[in-house]
Design a protein around this ligand. Structure first.
Ligand code: HEC
Ligand code: HEC
Ligand code: HEC
Ligand code: HEC
Length: 383
């Protein structure tokens, strides 16, 4: 049994840590990269791909040509195996949940809500089709289309023939901008990455939850992205670095700072995503399961002494459901609170790079890398 992590979150409160944050003004690393979150991933907590015709699939996009170790690592995860395990076999809980929603076996692998979270859905011959489990594009954004991010991503020069090492700084900046605009979620955009995780790890579908499906993973960005999910091989194919190696090189980022930023931004993302799902929620079973993620993330935000985190934490207090139900029935209020949280998060990204939050390390070190049971059985807790 996996221990419910949020009980530990509550324990952390007794430590009574208040993290003083001093805004810094000259960190080019984060201000330069505080681009608006990528478009494809942020519209709501439940957004997966907004346009399935842009989904290429790892094979067709040939990510492996340049990212062989990342692909190898991703293939070992339960993400990769999820379609095979949850969509291909019409038995057990899969059948139970599908039946409850009136989903037929064939739909599981095309238009079902299940396919959006347990697989990667592309359009082939005009038909939505599951082409794999959770894939590169599920987390980094749909890559295809003439103006999609993959074309920009792999062109280091207008002629396409110049290798990456010879790319000019101007060209690189323009290329990154194109990728961001086209919806690529890059390592620099921690908030975008986090919100995207919650798009699948918080489940708002009330019928599904009523049928017995979890409403919320016991998720936190730091540990859940450092276990089997980690694939930071860019600078060295043999070494899975503790933070994105390209980001460390080009943005001069450090492992410690990144973990601190992931910790705080993960909490912001958890709050925003939960509020968006609470807005339309009416079933007690669903509302109840969002109570803990919302309350605990808000409490942790309030432990970090910056205007952005304190205001966000305070704002949320009015929205944490009681044991009997929601405090407000006005869904607009939840959505505008979620918008405000997103604004605070963006301001936070602009103002800090993590270097002033050393006091958080004690908490973060208590979060071990998270491996699924299946991963542990097959590979052990090794990368
Ligand atoms: C032709 C080679 C090539 C292909 C194909 C390719 N990449 Fe990359 N990728 C690179 C290079 C080179 C970089 C480093 C770019 C830089 O310096 O900005 C990179 C960096 C990245 C990064 C980190 C970017 C950042 O700024 O944080 C991600 C994420 C990524 N690639 C994902 C993918 C995915 C997913 C695919 C397949 C859909 C893919 N790549 C296909 C060459 C490629
Ligand atoms: C919003 C995303 C989302 C949707 C929609 C979704 N799932 Fe899941 N599902 C998940 C996540 C995330 C987990 C893992 C939860 C965890 O353990 O933290 C999961 C776990 C499961 C499991 C294993 C755990 C169990 O309850 O037995 C099954 C089976 C499953 N889902 C089937 C389905 C089916 C069938 C559908 C559609 C009827 C569906 N899921 C829809 C995200 C989703
Ligand atoms: C579950 C979501 C998820 C999936 C699936 C995923 N990535 Fe990532 N990727 C991330 C996150 C999160 C980071 C930043 C990691 C960190 O903060 O340590 C990242 C970082 C990267 C980097 C930067 C590595 C470095 O050393 O700088 C590359 C390149 C990359 N991913 C490529 C891929 C490719 C290729 C695939 C498919 C084989 C893929 N990713 C699948 C979430 C994902
Ligand atoms: C497209 C939907 C999707 C996205 C995006 C996604 N996940 Fe998942 N994730 C799942 C599903 C579904 C499962 C459950 C797989 C199963 O059991 O079939 C899962 C399982 C996991 C697991 C293993 C948990 C366990 O015990 O089985 C980890 C760790 C994880 N996800 C981390 C992340 C992180 C970190 C991110 C963001 C960087 C992320 N996920 C983004 C859908 C997603």
């Amino acid at each position: 049994m996996i221990k419910h992590r949020f009980s530990r979150v509550r324990m952390w409160r007794f430590v009574g840590i208040v993290i003083a944050g001093t805004a810094f003004s000259n960190c080019s690393a984060l201000t330069a990269t505080a681009a608006e979150p990528a478009t494809g991933a942020v519209a709501s907590a439940g957004t997966k791909f907004s346009d399935h015709t842009r989904v290429m699939g790892t094979a067709k996009a040939d990510c492996k040509k340049c990212h062989v170790s990342e692909v190898a690592a991703a293939m070992k995860t339960v993400h990769f195996r999820s379609a095979e395990q949850r969509l291909y076999k019409f038995t057990g809980n899969t059948k139970k949940y599908a039946d409850a929603l009136g989903i037929k076996q064939a739909e599981l692998l095309s238009t079902s809500v299940c396919a959006d979270c347990h697989g990667t859905v592309a359009v082939e011959a005009g038909q939505k089709t599951v082409i794999s489990g959770v894939s590169c594009e599920s987390c980094h954004g749909a890559a295809g289309g003439e103006d999609g991010w993959l074309n920009a991503h792999q062109s280091y020069h207008a002629s396409m023939k110049i290798p990456r090492g010879q790319e000019t700084d101007e060209h690189k900046a323009a290329r990154h901008k194109k990728c961001d605009t086209a919806g690529m979620i890059r390592s620099t955009d921690i908030y975008g990455l986090a919100k995207n995780c919650y798009g699948c790890h918080l489940i708002g579908n009330e019928k599904l939850v009523a049928a017995g499906h979890k409403a919320a993973s016991v998720f936190d960005l730091v540990s859940w992205s450092t276990g089997e999910v980690r694939h930071n091989f860019f600078m060295n194919k043999e070494v899975n670095a503790a933070a994105p190696s390209l980001w460390m090189e080009s943005e001069k980022g450090t492992v410690a700072n990144r973990r601190r930023m992931k910790f705080v931004l993960g909490m912001f993302a958890q709050v925003e995503a939960t509020l968006r799902l609470l807005a339309p929620a009416s079933e007690g079973a669903v509302i109840k399961q969002f109570r803990t993620p919302l309350r605990d993330a808000a409490e942790l935000l309030q432990e970090v002494d910056t205007p952005e985190t304190l205001e966000a934490g305070e704002l949320v207090e009015d929205f944490v459901p009681s044991r009997t139900g929601k405090k407000s029935e006005d869904s607009e209020e939840y959505l505008s609170a979620a918008d405000e949280i997103a604004e605070h998060a963006r301001a936070f990204v602009k103002a800090y790079d993590g270097s002033t939050f050393a006091d958080l390390d004690e908490i973060i070190e208590e979060t071990p890398a998270y491996y699924s049971q299946q991963y542990k059985q097959t590979y052990g807790e090794e990368n």
